[in-house]
Design a protein around this ligand. Structure first.
Ligand SMILES: [Zn+2]
Length: 186
């Protein structure tokens, strides 16, 4: 493996565990990645409103596989069950894209929930920043909140209920680490 590839793999891994692997000093124990993945199976959230129980069940497995591997992939159309295709027919996007972005949102939700709980339970982080992509699909609500920092207890709920992006809200919580000023070497 080339060095740059190795660095990319490592960076992707570290991005998933932004505070590193060291023990968290707050009262909440740090969850393992697979424990966070498991939360997808227990998701009961408005993100899944309007979808049949069969579709929800299928999406949870698809979302959990991606989350566990820390990767996202689109399924070929013929791998998407007819019931799921039908549920997404009115969304204006094809079933491949709809299923993909819905599962991304589900994974992001459990990650955000975990980040928030970890910050709330610990004593190193006082503020959380909302970050998200800024592209053609970013809606006004998300664009307005991007880059803003909030006290942990006051950070707005994600996903944004007012998000109008066809891809769903892609905003995430980023803990703000407050570091004492480190003097630069003269
Ligand atoms: Zn949005």
């Amino acid at each position: 493996m080339m060095t740059s590839e190795a660095l990319t793999v490592r960076r992707n891994y570290e991005n998933r565990t932004p505070l590193g692997k060291s023990d968290w000093t707050g009262p909440e124990p740090q969850m393992s990645h697979s424990a966070v993945t498991r939360r997808i199976f227990f998701l009961d959230h408005w993100l899944l409103d309007g979808l049949s129980p069969e579709t929800v069940q299928w999406l949870k497995i698809y979302a959990a596989e991606q989350h566990l591997w820390g990767a996202g992939w689109r399924l070929p159309a013929d791998r998407i069950p007819a019931a799921v295709q039908q549920d997404f027919a009115a969304s204006g996007m094809d079933a491949v894209e709809s299923a993909f972005w819905k599962t991304q949102a589900m994974g992001l939700y459990v990650d955000n929930q975990e980040t928030w709980q970890r910050c709330k339970g610990g004593d190193h982080v006082r503020r959380i920043e909302i970050v998200g992509p800024n592209d053609a699909y970013t809606c006004t609500t998300c664009r307005e909140s991007a880059g803003k920092q909030f006290l942990v207890a006051r950070v707005p709920e994600l996903p944004h209920r007012g998000c109008t992006s066809p891809l769903g809200c892609r905003c995430r919580y980023e803990p703000v680490l407050e570091v004492e000023e480190i003097p630069l070497m003269a």
